[in-house]
Design a binder for this molecule. Structure first.
Ligand code: NIG
Ligand code: FE
Length: 403
C-alpha cells in the first residue's frame, strides 16, 4: 500500500445525496496509489492513515479534477480571418457554404504532419490542464480522408506521452463532406466515415463515434449509418445535434442510446423526452453559442425538469469556439444558459464523466475512484464559475501524484 493523505481541506466530492457540491467542510482524502482509499471528515481519519505521508492543503478547496468532454483540440492553422468576416456580418453557415469553415481547417490539417499536430495542440492542452483538467476528449473531423483522420487520432493519443492527462478519442469523420466527395455525401459516409472507422478501431484509436447532424453537414439517415457501424464494433456514440437547426438528431442519438447529444440550442420537447428516457447526457457548449452570437438558448429548464444530466465543455476548435478555458465555459453556462454554479461544476465533473462513459472511475471523489484532484485557492466551490480570466488552481493531483 502506498498511502498518501491530503489533509486540512474543504472537499467538494460532487457525490449526490450529501448536500450541495457533496461538500465536506473540514475534510481529508487518502489515496492508495492511483485510487481513493478514504474520504471524509478530517476528525474521522482512520488511525492507519494518520502515519501516511501527508500533504497539508492549508484550508484549500478540493474538487474532482475537471473533465473537458467535447473538444476539437487537434487541428492545423486557425480561422482568425473568418472571425473578422463574421464581425463584418457574414454568417457561420454562409462561410461554410463558400468553402470556409470546417473545410478550411481540413486544408490546413491535411498539409501538416502528425508531429506538427501534436506540437500545436500542446499549448492548448496546457491551457486546459492549467485550470485543473485531467481528462480531455479529442475528436477527429478535420482530416476527412482515412489517412488524415487516422493522423489526427494518432496525434491525439500521443498527447498522453507528453502530459499527465487521460485522452478520450472520438471518430468524427462525419463532420463535413470534403471537396472530393461534393454532392456525394452517402458515398463519403460509406467510403471514408465507415471504412475508416474500421481501420481506426483496429489500430486502437477510437473510444467513441461522433457525427455532425446539421443542415450544413449530415442528415439523421446518414448519421444512422455510421452509428450502425459503431454498434457493430461495440463503440459508444455521441452526436453534434440541434446546433443551428432541428433535424431530430438528439432523438436519433437517444434511439441509439448515445452517451451524449451536444450543442442542443434548437432541441425540442420530443428530443428532451427521448434523451431523458435513454439517459443521454446533454453537453452544453456555450463557447460556440457565444462565438456564433446565437440567440436561441438550449432548453435548460426543460432538460432540468426532465432529469437530463447536463455537462459543460469548451468545444475547443478553431472556428465556432476558440475557447480553451473550462472555467470560462462554466461561467458562460451560468450567465448565458442559466445553470447554477453547482450545475456548472457538475457539468465539468460528474456529468462530463458520464458523457464519456467514464463515471465508474472519474468525476466524483469517492472510494474506488481515481485520485484525480484539482486543489483551488478559494473558500467555496461556487467561486469556480464566478471569475473570468483568473484561475485559482493551486495544485493538480493525477492518480494520487502531485503534478
Ligand atoms: O462543435 N459543430 C460542428 N463542429 C464544431 C465546429 C467545427 C468548426 O467550426 O471548425 C462544433 O462547433
Ligand atoms: Fe464540436
Amino acid at each position: 500500500m502506498a498511502l498518501k493523505t491530503f489533509s486540512n481541506c474543504r472537499i467538494a466530492t460532487m457525490e449526490p445525496g450529501i448536500g450541495p457540491y457533496g461538500l465536506i467542510p473540514d475534510g481529508a482524502l487518502v489515496a492508495d496509489g492511483e485510487v481513493i482509499a478514504w474520504v471524509g471528515a478530517q476528525s474521522a481519519l482512520p488511525s492507519a492513515c494518520r502515519h501516511a505521508p501527508t500533504i497539508d492543503l492549508d484550508g484549500a478547496t478540493v474538487t474532482p479534477a475537471l473533465i473537458d468532454c467535447h473538444t476539437h483540440l487537434i487541428f492545423g492553422g486557425n480561422r482568425a480571418q473568418e472571425f473578422e468576416l463574421r464581425l463584418q456580418g457574414a454568417s457561420y453557415e454562409a462561410i461554410a457554404r463558400q468553402g470556409g469553415g470546417i473545410a478550411s481547417t481540413m486544408r490546413a490539417t491535411r498539409i501538416v504532419t502528425e508531429d506538427d499536430l501534436v506540437g500545436s495542440a500542446l499549448p492548448r492542452l496546457d491551457a486546459l490542464l492549467g485550470e485543473g483538467a485531467a481528462v480531455v476528449e479529442v475528436k477527429s473531423g478535420y482530416g476527412l480522408s482515412i489517412a488524415d483522420e487516422l493522423k489526427m487520432l494518432r496525434a491525439a493519443r500521443r498527447l498522453t506521452e507528453e502530459r499527465p492527462v487521460h485522452i478520450v478519442t472520438s471518430w468524427l469523420a462525419a463532420h463535413a463532406v470534403p471537396p472530393e466527395y461534393q454532392g456525394m455525401p452517402d458515398t463519403y459516409i460509406d467510403e471514408v466515415a465507415v471504412r475508416g472507422l474500421t481501420a481506426a478501431h483496429a489500430e486502437g484509436l477510437v473510444d467513441a463515434v461522433d457525427g455532425y447532424c446539421e443542415s450544413i453537414a449530415f442528415t439523421p439517415a446518414q448519421i444512422a449509418r455510421i452509428f450502425e457501424a459503431a454498434d457493430e464494433l461495440g463503440l459508444p456514440k455521441k452526436l453534434h445535434a440541434e446546433q443551428l437547426t432541428n433535424l431530430g438528431g438528439a432523438k436519433l442519438a437517444a434511439s441509439f442510446h448515445a452517451l451524449s447529444a451536444d450543442h442542443l440550442e434548437h432541441l425540442d420537447m420530443e428530443g428532451v423526452t427521448a434523451m431523458a428516457q435513454s439517459g443521454t447526457v446533454a453537453v452544453l457548449l456555450p463557447g460556440a453559442y457565444y462565438t456564433l452570437r446565437q440567440s436561441q438558448r438550449p432548453p435548460v429548464q426543460a432538460l432540468r425538469a426532465a432529469g437530463v444530466l447536463m455537462a459543460v465543455a469548451t468545444d475547443a476548435n478553431p472556428g465556432s469556439s476558440p475557447l480553451f478555458s473550462l472555467l470560462l465555459a462554466m461561467n458562460m453556462a451560468c450567465t448565458l444558459f442559466g445553470l447554477t454554479a453547482e450545475e456548472a461544476l457538475i457539468g465539468t465533473t460528474a456529468a462530463a464523466a458520464r458523457a464519456l462513459g467514464l463515471h465508474h472511475r472519474y468525476g466524483t471523489l469517492s472510494v474506488g475512484k481515481r485520485a484525480d484532484l484539482a486543489v483551488w485557492d478559494i473558500a467555496h466551490p461556487c467561486e469556480l464559475a464566478y471569475r473570468l480570466g483568473l484561475s485559482p488552481l493551486s495544485m493538480r493531483v493525477i492518480g494520487g501524484t502531485v503534478c
